[in-house]
Design a protein around this ligand. Structure first.
Ligand code: SF4
Length: 173
């Protein structure tokens, strides 16, 4: 097992003391830099930095950055939620490291859907049935994985299938 433990530091944004969410920095007991390209290959990082290595994911509305000696997670409800995400990440990091002989490491961010490609596949009526003010806003959320074809009720079946196929090429966590 590569990553065995950590010490959590939970903070509330100093500039927004009224904020309902907290931020967590987990200081890792082991350095995991060598595992990061394998983790990136498995989870499809949103951004990747080569030196020093770090990868950032979006998961359940949170931004999670994995560095060689710490992990940062934002927009958390509390320390318990931070612990759950850290345990999940520990499993992913250790599994990627143990299976590294079978994984091609990745040193770049995963490709992302293009905003205008999504807009082209939408009805472009700005009908607001999806709860968004326009198709463009809907598309900007779809780029991040926050909306999918099923969230636009105005799509005809064949249009829905095309949008599903397009978004299906990308990895959202
Ligand atoms: S429901 Fe579909 S067509 Fe209507 S605004 Fe939302 S994305 Fe555009």
């Amino acid at each position: 097992m590569l990553l065995k433990g950590w010490t959590k530091e939970i903070t509330r944004a100093a500039c927004r003391p009224e904020a309902q969410t907290v931020h967590c920095i987990a200081h890792l007991d082991q350095h995991i830099g060598e595992a990061i390209p394998y983790l990136n290959a498995v989870l499809g990082g949103y951004t990747y930095v080569k030196e020093p290595p770090s990868v950032t994911f979006r998961n359940q509305g949170k931004l999670i950055s994995v560095h060689e000696d710490h992990i940062a997670i934002n927009a958390l409800q509390d320390a318990d939620e931070a612990e759950k995400i850290l345990l999940w990440l520990q499993g992913e990091i250790n599994a990627a490291w143990e299976k590294r002989a079978e994984i091609t490491p990745s040193f770049q961010a995963a490709p992302r859907p293009q905003l205008m490609a999504i807009v082209k596949l939408l009805p472009k009526t700005n009908c607001k049935q999806c709860g968004q003010p326009s198709c463009l806003v809907f598309a900007s959320l779809a780029v991040e994985g926050g909306k999918g074809a099923d969230d636009c009720p105005a799509l005809e079946q064949d249009q829905r299938k095309k949008l599903e196929e397009y978004l299906g090429q990308f990895h959202f966590d």
